[in-house]
Design a protein around this ligand. Sequence first.
Ligand code: SF4
Length: 272
Amino acid sequence: MIHLKEIEAKSILTKTRVPAGDYVINPYIGCPHKCMYCYADYMRRFTDHAEKWGDFIDIKHYAGKIPIRRLAGKKILFGSSTDPYNPFERKYRVTRSLLAQFAGTNIAVQILTKSDLILDDLDLLEKIPNCTAGFSLNTLDDGIRRALEPRAPSIERRLTAARKLHAAGISTYLFLSPVFPGITDFREILTACRDFTGTFYFENLNLRGAYRPAVLAYIRENHPSLVPLYDDIYRRKNMEYWRIMEKEIGAFCRKHDIKYGSYFYHEKIKKA
Ligand code: SF4
């Protein structure tokens, strides 16, 4: 059961230091996809919700105009702490109404989602020439997806949507995030998806949020052979696994002529 509230948003653009944008737009507060590893759960502190992260959503109504002229040359990311195409978008169309303000402009708009609901806005995306649409995933195994992201659309639905967007001429990317040690097989994902993906981005799993115990319990119960690896990375803070993987990703992408970007250690970049 999701606790829903409709709120008037005084502002909608937030300056950010996430690598993908200069500003972020989060059309909702909260995210019903409730992924086990969700980094955005810290957002709950800034709300008056008693419910857990994933069990509430605030629908933002924004009556203002986005200052399009001021955004010339800037990058806008839709969806840094919510999924802009969560199931409530079907009724409220907040993302659509905000995106519509970018139609006919050349502003770089990047959308990040886990949902094929984005296809409802294909007509609009086609009117934003500098728009890029991306899906996050970290496995092709829908059993693992169900455990980690129980309420999010299946992997197949995401990939089918990415294929359709690509076929329609929309620039696409896949965000392998968070990469789970010993579970995310980046070679398998890149090989399966390269034909319809413009760029692949990568972000490593960090376990600094309140979700840490849940993720470690999941590993203990479902992937016991990986416990020593997770101990090494998350208790002894050994970064060697990530260094090696980052090199392997680079080598694989260069060999297969795949465009990629690494957001590994993003939390450190943010601090810097
Ligand atoms: S889709 Fe993104 S914002 Fe939503 S719960 Fe999952 S990780 Fe968090």
